[in-house]
Design a protein around this ligand. Structure first.
Ligand SMILES: [Mn+2]
Length: 334
């Protein structure tokens, strides 16, 4: 079990001996992961000026992140060469999402820190964990670290953090008081809100549009009491389609898909459903299903996913059974 660390003790080793650090994002880095890593790199640079910092993006980045990384460029770690004194995993959630870096963490004698807003599920991979589940982005946790270390982010870093925060908080719509306060501080530090909004806008991705429209065509509707549950299946973009089901008005969306012999299921729920029923999709559905069917998964109360080698149809049926345990009988609508 990682120690719940005191943020003011970051980076948990004497800055003067810190020569090389790696900040590692979750697989297919999103804007929150990459830009939080970018900001952590400046923080490490401010605390340990001689330190060389690499960012690692196992399995690459999303299209939007690629665009943002051109504006916030950073040295990217190549392959698995070299060892580091300090490893910081950021926005990772499930440690499986570190890909080959998980083994690198294990094998290295360096200091390993987790900075995250996803719940940390034990394990001994990290020596120190700075986790704030109430934060709506990893960037918000990183902002707190800057503050606790008495470092003011430079305008470019403030911009990166604000964009990460907007990206992960539906443009602050779901941010809490501390997220809003952090956003204002970043603006005071030189970040431009209008620019951040513009830069997060991306060209529609044809594959994503197609997946969402096909997903809508294939909807099956269930009711559990007054709750509306919608399911669908697509080969990719399951998370986007699940979110679309919520936009269309479902209280809970479940989207399955099979690729490379693996079934992926994404789940989304409204805040209203979570508050009224107490159901947490991450711990009570995604993690539970991964345990029952083999595989891995997790997430937040209203957004979660899992993958399993079990066939898609069996997986979806078993997940609907699990939802019945939590919400009551599901009646299929014709
Ligand atoms: Mn995040």
């Amino acid at each position: 079990m990682a120690l719940e660390a005191k943020p003011e003790e970051f980076p948990f080793l004497e800055p003067s001996v810190l020569r090389k650090a790696a900040v590692v994002c979750h697989r297919n880095a999103d804007a929150d992961a990459y830009l939080s890593a970018y900001a952590l790199s400046t923080l490490i640079g401010a605390l340990a000026p001689g330190c060389e910092v690499h960012i690692a993006t196992p399995g690459g980045m999303t299209t939007l992140t690629q665009k943002l990384s051109a504006k916030f460029p950073h040295r990217i770690a190549e392959g698995s060469g070299g060892d580091y004194d300090l490893y910081v995993a950021v926005d990772v959630g499930d440690e499986e999402l570190l890909n080959e870096w998980k083994e690198k963490f294990r094998a290295s004698p360096g200091v390993k820190v987790l900075v995250d807003h996803h719940p940390h599920r034990g394990g001994d991979l990290y020596g120190h964990a700075i986790v704030e589940e109430a934060a709506t982005s990893a960037a918000e946790v990183v902002c707190g670290l800057f503050e606790r270390k008495g470092v003011t982010p430079d305008p470019q870093t403030a911009q990166a953090l604000l964009e990460a925060m907007l990206f992960d908080s539906s443009h602050l719509a779901i941010a809490g008081p501390s997220g809003l306060r952090a956003a204002v501080k970043l603006i005071d530090a030189g970040a431009d809100l209008a620019l951040a909004r513009r830069e997060l806008r991306s060209e529609p991705d044809y594959g994503e549009v197609l997946a969402k429209l096909k997903g809508a065509q294939r909807i099956t509707i269930f009711r559990a009491g007054t709750w509306v549950v919608a399911t669908s299946h697509v080969g990719s973009f399951q998370a986007h389609v699940a979110r679309s089901l919520i936009y269309l008005g479902a209280d809970l969306g479940l989207v399955g898909g099979e690729s490379d012999g693996e079934t992926r299921v994404s789940l989304r729920a409204t805040q209203r459903l979570h508050e009224a029923t107490g159901v947490k999709l991450g711990s009570q559905v995604a993690e539970e299903m991964a345990k029952r069917l083999g595989g891995h998964g997790g997430g937040h109360a209203t957004a979660a996913s899992f993958s399993t080698p079990t066939a898609e149809e069996d997986t979806v049926q078993a997940t609907l059974k699990r939802l019945e345990e939590l919400l009551g009988e599901l009646k299929k609508l014709d």
